[in-house]
Design a binder for this molecule. Structure first.
Ligand SMILES: Nc1ncnc2c1ncn2[C@@H]1O[C@H](COP(=O)(O)OP(=O)(O)OP(=O)(O)O)[C@@H](O)[C@H]1O
Ligand SMILES: Cc1ncc(CO)c(N)n1
Ligand SMILES: [Mg+2]
Length: 522
């Protein structure tokens, strides 16, 4: 059997080397994706979409063109295949020169072109392969005929880390089975997984009669339904290419597969929502804007896509400490951000609702102007009212699946977990990260069982979500926490170490420096 050692060895919580690389004097490595796909002259889908989404997500994208289509918002007028030898020339040029983290494939219109791709990948192994088995455009034009089905099934799917067929493509790959319901999407995902890819995402954008857009993710053991309200717009041309390339971009930055898929789904949702009214072209299906995040008013733009690296220095406020040191929450938050906090949580156990809401609103303004996400502890109502970026809930607070349905797909949800079982449940319920602890004994939370570094490590290793460590962490022991060195552990959450101190700014700077140094050591 054909084997690409590098690709198949991607572990579940794989991180690329570039993602963890720190800036040195003269070298800065950029995550890199290669897309092997067709050109869309209308620039909504294909290579053009791939380049745009990678750029929007901060990833360099090189492009090998397999075919040129004459295409617009009305449909595909004509397709011109490039000679396989010339596709191979392009592949050799870039694969021999660049260090790609991920290769993503789109339109592969002939068996010969798939063969040259496989040949080149065996000569130049890459870390991950994302296969979007493009076959028919939404307008009904054949982009890759049934002649490619057997090489897809027998040789391409088995080496893919993830495949992202829409329902029609999933059906074609499975020899024409009917896929009209989410249940049938699940069965299809399972059958496709048996063909060899490590993960399968069956996209439901074209599922008939569905008010939600539902994608089904299968990792070989468990299913996950990624659901979001269907956006009423004509501008959906290129959603499939965008989704697959966004997955590739997130993997290149070091995400685990499920996080990459979730970010990609949210990216598509946000782009469609932002672009729902734009008019480009006169046809039935228009393109959308991949650069929505650049265009929002910086005062109002929220951190709509969660970046696990934001958990690095997680500052949690405490009203008693602020009172003790005679400072407002707003001043505490400003100082923490200035000192290098990468995310803020307001944890105000005793505050009156009205007063807390006003303070939370001010903090949202400050955080947004600095591009730092703001979460609210426990209080879903306050989070909604002040338009915070998300919430953090404990095991006895509101259940996560309910929080998700109240807050919608865009908000960040964190959950406190002490055990692998709780971490697993948090993932299933749609959380974005978990907070695990108390790592060390703490005064901030009464009757809280300490899990120690061993307990933290156990949770991190089992978790499908990024983890932030919490409980009794400060400058003196932060390094020992980060040294447990599991890919899921993204940072430390601190309360007293920053806020039960005379100068929040100085303490935050010190902790930031300590954490940066610990990152260099591991
Ligand atoms: N109107 C919509 N609102 C929200 N999400 C959507 C909408 N249409 C598609 N999506 C999402 O976009 C992604 C691509 O789905 P889709 O099934 O349309 O793929 P595709 O058919 O391969 O794409 P393309 O139409 O570009 O060929 C999926 O995550 C899907 O859920
Ligand atoms: C070139 C190209 N690739 C993919 C698609 C699928 O959307 C398309 N319409 N055109
Ligand atoms: Mg579609």
């Amino acid at each position: 059997m054909y084997s690409l050692g590098g690709i198949r060895s991607l572990p579940a919580n794989w991180r690329s080397t570039t993602a963890s690389m720190t800036t040195t004097e003269s070298v800065r490595k950029v995550p890199q994706v290669l897309t092997v796909a067709g050109s869309d002259s209308g620039a909504g889908a294909g290579i053009q979409a791939d380049l745009k989404v990678c750029a929007a997500r901060g990833v360099y994208c090189a492009s090998v063109i397999t075919a040129v289509t004459a295409q617009n918002t009305r449909g595909v007028q004509s397709v011109h295949l490039l000679p396989p030898e010339f596709v191979s020339e392009q592949l050799k040029s870039v694969l021999s020169d660049f260090e790609f983290d991920v290769v993503k494939t789109g339109m592969l219109p002939s068996t010969e072109i798939v063969e040259v791709l496989l040949q080149n990948l065996s000569e130049f192994p890459v870390r991950a392969l994302v296969v979007d088995p493009v076959m028919v455009s939404t307008s009904g034009h054949v982009l890759a005929g049934s002649s490619v089905l057997s090489i897809f099934r027998e040789r391409l799917l088995p080496i893919a880390d993830i495949i992202t067929p829409n329902v029609k493509e999933a059906s074609a790959l499975l020899g024409g089975v009917k896929i009209e319901t989410v249940e049938e999407m699940r069965s299809a995902a399972k059958l496709l997984h048996e063909m060899g890819p490590r993960f399968v995402l069956v996209k439901g954008g074209d599922l008939p009669d569905s008010s939600d857009s539902v994608d089904v993710y299968f990792d070989g053991k468990e299913f996950h339904e990624l659901r979001s309200p269907r956006i009423a717009t004509r501008n959906t041309h290129g959603t499939g290419c965008t989704l697959a390339s966004c997955i590739a971009a997130e993997l290149a930055k070091g995400s685990s597969m499920l996080s990459a898929v979730k970010v990609a789904k949210r990216f598509v949702d946000n782009a469609l929502d932002y672009s729902k009214d734009i008019v480009i072209g006169t046809g039935k299906q228009g393109p959308f804007d991949h650069f929505f995040s650049l265009k929002k008013d910086p005062q109002s733009s929220r951190c709509s896509i969660f970046n696990p690296d934001d958990l690095f220095l997680y500052a949690v406020t405490d009203s008693r400490m602020n009172k003790k040191w005679n400072r407002s929450i707003v001043d505490a938050v400003k100082a923490a951000i200035e000192g290098g906090a990468t995310i803020i949580q307001l944890r105000e156990k005793e505050a009156e609702t009205r007063e807390f809401l006003e303070e939370a609103k001010s903090c949202v303004g400050i955080c947004r102007s600095h591009g730092v996400c703001l979460l609210i502890n426990d209080r879903i109502d306050i989070a909604l009212a002040c338009d915070a970026d998300g919430v953090h809930v404990g095991q006895s607070d509101m259940p996560v699946d309910l929080v998700r349905s109240l807050l919608g797909p865009d908000k960040i949800i964190g959950v406190s977990c002490k055990t692998p079982e709780q971490a697993h449940q948090a993932w299933k319920d749609g959380a974005d990260y978990i907070g695990s602890g108390g790592v060390f004994p703490t005064n901030t939370k009464a009757n809280n069982r300490t899990i120690g570094l061993d307990g933290l490590k156990t949770v991190c290793e089992a978790s499908q979500l990024p983890v932030v460590a919490i409980g009794g962490i400060g400058i003196s022991n932060a390094v020992s926490v980060m040294q447990i060195n599991t890919p899921n552990l993204k940072g430390v959450a601190v309360v007293s170490a920053l806020f039960d101190q005379e100068c929040v700014l100085t303490q935050t700077k010190k902790l930031h420096k300590t954490l940066e140094e610990s990152k260099k050591e591991v």
